[in-house]
Ligand binder design. Structure first.
Ligand SMILES: *Cc1c(COP(=O)(O)O)cnc(C)c1O
Length: 401
């Protein structure tokens, strides 16, 4: 007779197979059991044909990876603990001492900080290029360039680059190009098929995505993905990812799996409200410029139109305003403080609207020619009623008048 303590651990009951319900099961593991030693020696986690260790994949992470591949049109996916970790993984897997990485000047800020604060110590240099001038990118690609980052739209200033031309330049130079696809979320355009119908397809090499934003949708999960279509490139990234010990928690993967079915609906709603608010801001006297790719006067509008289809193409849930110079920092801060529904906070993609003032001087190599001078405030539009959000903007503007 086995002791109760042992029986409670090695319990014989197996629930019947075939359980089926709307949400996939959540599998949590560090250890994964092998049926025998031969299987332990033979099982391979790299091709997802079996399980070997929690960090190398579970049914929960495999399921999320496959769904994200479908979302972005890729064929392999890695999950990492944050969007920034996705950016770092790509850098660590592909760059070595002596190499150079090119980054758009309007890139997600921490991506620049990674290059300046870490990559440089390892002998990896970086250069910033003008996202709105393909000639500048072309001129900066050198024999040392091993990676080019692309981002559409820029995450604070929302200029929309000529992404197709940027990708063509990288292809013709034989340089790997990685897109930060957080804004597009796999919905606004297809990163691995930028010009539908083109043969061969015009595609980025790597698409990273801060799942923290729209896919999570709740403001409560940090996660990133690295998606590719090239098996060799994927394996290089995957081995680096494994050696660095990166992985995600099952409960976080579950939260994203649960939110994915409503992603297109949420994205559309964010988009609709954002356009309405950006249009309203255009008519206000306080602003020197309203930045939103679907507005005809916003920088790169024509590139957005060409890539995202037509005027009804997707444009996500962000817009920024540049206050006229008469509104100094203190008045702009007072405006942000006066908002009730818009909370002051970083990130985007959740249900609650957010606002953040930025000091562009400290973020760019110079004041961008396409932007008016003044203090920039970025809004992330949540899922509240657009009319209520408009009233909130109006009352806050009154208070800083
Ligand atoms: C938020 C964000 C990231 C980083 O995601 P985290 O999960 O917060 O690390 C990267 N790129 C863009 C464009 C983002 O908005």
């Amino acid at each position: 007779m086995t002791d109760l303590a042992t029986t409670l651990i090695h319990h014989p009951y197996q629930p019947p197979a075939g359980f089926s319900a709307p949400q996939p099961g959540v599998f949590k593991a560090s250890t994964v059991f092998f049926p025998n030693v031969a299987a332990m020696r033979q099982f391979d986690w790299k091709d997802k044909s079996a399980y070997t260790y929690g960090l190398h994949g579970t049914p929960t992470t495999y399921t999320l990876e496959e769904r994200l591949c479908t979302l972005e049109g890729g064929s392999q996916c890695l999950l990492v603990p944050s969007g920034l970790a996705a950016i770092a993984t790509v850098a660590l897997a592909l760059l070595k001492s002596g190499d150079e990485v090119l980054i758009p000047d309007n890139a997600y800020g921490p991506s620049k900080a990674l290059a300046e604060g870490e990559l440089l110590h390892w002998g990896i240099r970086h250069r910033y290029f003008d996202p709105m001038d393909p000639a500048d990118l072309a001129a900066k690609i050198s024999p040392r360039t091993r990676l080019v980052w692309l981002e559409a739209a820029g995450s604070v200033t929302l200029e929309f680059p000529d992404l197709c031309e940027q990708v063509r330049l990288c292809k013709s130079a034989g340089v790997c190009c990685a897109l930060d696809n957080t804004w597009g979320a796999g919905l606004a355009f297809k990163p691995f098929d930028l010009m539908p119908g083109a043969q061969p397809a015009l595609a980025v090499d790597i698409s990273i995505h801060a799942l923290t934003k729209y896919p999570s949708g709740g403001g409560d999960v940090l996660m990133g993905s690295v998606i590719t279509t090239d098996e060799r490139l994927h394996m290089r990234l995957k081995l680096c990812h494994m050696r660095l010990g990166l992985g995600v928690a099952a409960n976080d993967a579950e939260a994203v799996l649960r939110a994915l079915p409503s992603l297109p609906l949420r994205y559309r709603q964010h988009d609709e409200s954002t356009r309405a608010l950006a249009q309203w801001c255009l008519l206000r006297d306080e602003f020197a410029q309203v930045l939103h790719p679907a507005l005809p006067l916003s920088p790169g509008h024509a590139h957005w139109l060409a890539l995202c289809g037509d005027a009804s193409g997707a444009a996500a849930g962000l817009f920024s305003v540049i206050f006229k110079p008469a509104y100094g920092q203190a008045r702009v801060d007072a405006f942000c403080d006066a908002l009730q529904l818009f909370k002051i906070g970083y990130s985007w993609g959740g249900p609650i609207s957010l606002v953040m003032p930025y000091q562009l001087e400290s973020m760019r190599t110079g004041w961008p020619a396409q932007l008016q001078h003044g203090t920039l405030v970025r809004f992330s539009v949540g899922l509240e009623s657009a009319a209520d959000l408009r009233h909130d903007l109006a009352q806050a503007l009154l208070q800083c008048a």
